[in-house]
Design a protein around this ligand. Structure first.
Ligand code: PEP
Length: 238
């Protein structure tokens, strides 16, 4: 059975007491083919070290070291036991002006460090309504990846921006079609198969039906990953 991924993006949420409460109550009944991961705020990373779940970062610098105040290098994250790094989350693209080209530099940095990169792509509501989803995704794949990458250390997370934190989820047919489209793009452009996750308002309510999508290789979960019981149910359902 292929590995499925259940990754939590905690964004800038939780204080120490919340993290400890989560750790005490997070008890997924998941199988060995489900790889669970959490990307907390960096100052909480040590609570997740040496556990079975993967430790993730929400971002990293494209540079390996130097005078870049406020940044964290991928190689220093790897040295602290991180397993993966999100790259190009729509909030990074929107609020921190990250382009596809910057994402590619960051993916290269994570690969130099030996981390998995979770490359986030997705269209805005306007683009969705204008029928431009595939065009946007194609460009994000073409410009954000290149043939020199180690594709065994890459995951793609399809996150329609209009589904993030809104409770709106595309239909199962749309998600399936779009994941297949992304998988075809990486096969055509780079002759590589890349595990493809869905993200955007995943919850314990919809995970059962999402997990029936055969080509879904996992989920990237924001809000619902903050609560131990909720995220346990999501991981168990996969
Ligand atoms: C996210 O921010 O990556 C995300 C998927 O958020 P949510 O699950 O809250 O929609």
């Amino acid at each position: 059975m292929k590995t499925r991924y259940s990754l939590g993006n905690w964004k800038m949420n939780h204080f120490k007491k919340d993290v400890l409460h989560f750790i005490d109550n997070f008890k997924p009944q998941s199988h060995c083919h489900v790889q669970i991961g959490i990307a907390p705020q960096l100052q909480h990373a040590h609570y997740f070290q040496n556990r079975e779940i993967w430790l993730g970062a929400q971002n990293c610098s494209q540079y390996d070291s130097g005078a870049y105040t406020g940044e964290a290098s991928a190689c220093s994250l790897a040295a602290e036991g991180f397993h993966f790094c999100l790259i190009g989350h729509s909030e990074r693209r929107q609020y921190f002006q990250e382009t596809n080209e910057i994402c590619l530099e960051k993916i290269k940095a994570t690969q130099r460090a030996g981390l998995y990169s979770v490359y986030c792509i997705g269209e805005s509501l306007e683009q969705y309504q204008a029928g431009q989803t595939q065009e946007i995704l194609k460009e994000q794949i073409k410009s954000g990846l290149d043939g020199e990458l180690d594709f065994t250390k890459l995951l793609i997370a399809y996150e329609p921006i209009w589904a993030i934190g809104t409770g709106k989820v595309p239909s199962l047919e749309t998600i399936e079609q779009t994941l297949k489209f992304i998988q075809n793009c990486t096969e055509q452009d780079f002759q590589q198969q890349v595990p493809t996750l869905y993200g955007g308002s995943v919850s314990s309510q919809n995970i059962q039906s999402l997990s029936e999508i055969a080509c879904l290789n996992g989920v990237l979960v924001g809000g619902a990953s903050l609560k131990a019981e909720e995220f346990s149910s999501i991981c168990s359902a996969l």
